[in-house]
Design a protein around this ligand. Sequence first.
Ligand code: G3H
Length: 229
Amino acid sequence: PRVIYITRHGESEDNALGRIGGDASLAPAGVRYAQALARFIDRRHAEFGAEARGRTMEDDNSTITRERHPNNDDDDEPQPCEVWTSMLKRTMETVESFDPQRYHIKNIRSLNEIYAGRFEGMTYAEIARNFPDEYEARQLDKFYYRYPGIGGESYADVVLRLQQVIVELERIRHSVLLVTHRAMARTLLSYFMDIPTTHMPDMELPLGYVYACEPRPFGNFLRVWRYVP
Ligand code: G3H
């Protein structure tokens, strides 16, 4: 089956310091997650190949064998999986262990994290201390609150920014691993799993989780994995 995997980048140097936004590199723990993620996806896609092979006679004793037919050419191949990241270092570094021969890797600006405008690089505690009204306004209406400063965004802005990505995800037929950021992962998961926008900005989505949405006839089925260091 086709799967849409959604995960956050490995822990960055800014995550370790509690700073939002920015363009930091991965911290050592993040590099270890990146390596585990590549192994995880490799294994899943090898399994898909095995599943396809399992449909031959050796496994089920049937007398039906695979026909030589042009449509069957890639029948035994593992399912293709694209890997999409944002254009920030922490997601691009998270896919550095993926073999570019096996995975088509795309860096997409629309997958960048929600932009915190003049609060980029600050901690939540610094925002609360220095800009209590802004902090309070965001608590009251996190979906529509737009960060101040040039380019500052709200979750509502992010939903619009992700529309083209979602159209493309719906269009392509193979699996995709999205390596992105917390606000993006919330928005994508809420779209695929029908989570209302009232809940979406507060969804708990820690680092180190992989959410796999499998399209089914009447909605998507969600599987969740956790990285255990
Ligand atoms: O830097 C942005 C955060 O990852 C988004 O989380 O919307 O809960 O502040 P937040």
